[in-house]
Design a protein. Sequence first.
Length: 216
Amino acid sequence: MNSEETKIALHILNRRSINLDITHRCPLECPRCQRATAFTSNGLKVPGKDLSMKNFKKILDYFDHINFCGQVSDPVHHPHFIRFLEITYEMNKSCHVHHASAGKPYEWYDKAFIANPNAIWFFGIDGLPKESHLYRINQDGEKLFNIMKNAKKYLKHTPVWQYIVFRYNENNIEKAEQLAKDINVSFMVLHSSRWLGEDDPYRPLNPEYSLDLRKK
């Protein structure tokens, strides 16, 4: 974590924050996501609805930092997400945006970045861009990489490449980190515990890359 990221993290710790799952929509079918494991793989409809503008404004009355990070959704698929970003900026609230679907046109992202240049965006690209779809099913990783690269033109804070380690990408971490350096974005490696057992085909072979909460 560099000095700017440390400063931002400490600032957020001193503010009242909340994580919001603002919609129920996401075009991805990530196999270990709660969306799939609890609902779609069992033939169930993903519950929930879009957070209303009225309720979002109420939330901003009580919280200083908003973390747009869906557990069953991707925030960009809320029909009024750009307006949410604008309001957050207008009210001088800090926010993080966690995004993986790449499901919007390029010009939509330009508008979103302009709506709140103070937002910090985290892009979920698990592996080299050409291979991230092996887990992020339906994701165009190369498109998302280009969106992340383009975001720097509009955002005040460095975008973050979020890289969850799986078996198919555990040997490409250094290559991905170099790609991140080449385009001057932050690189964050995450270790998961969402495995279906020792034989899970997504589980890294290197035990250092795999969390096992049962052993804690």
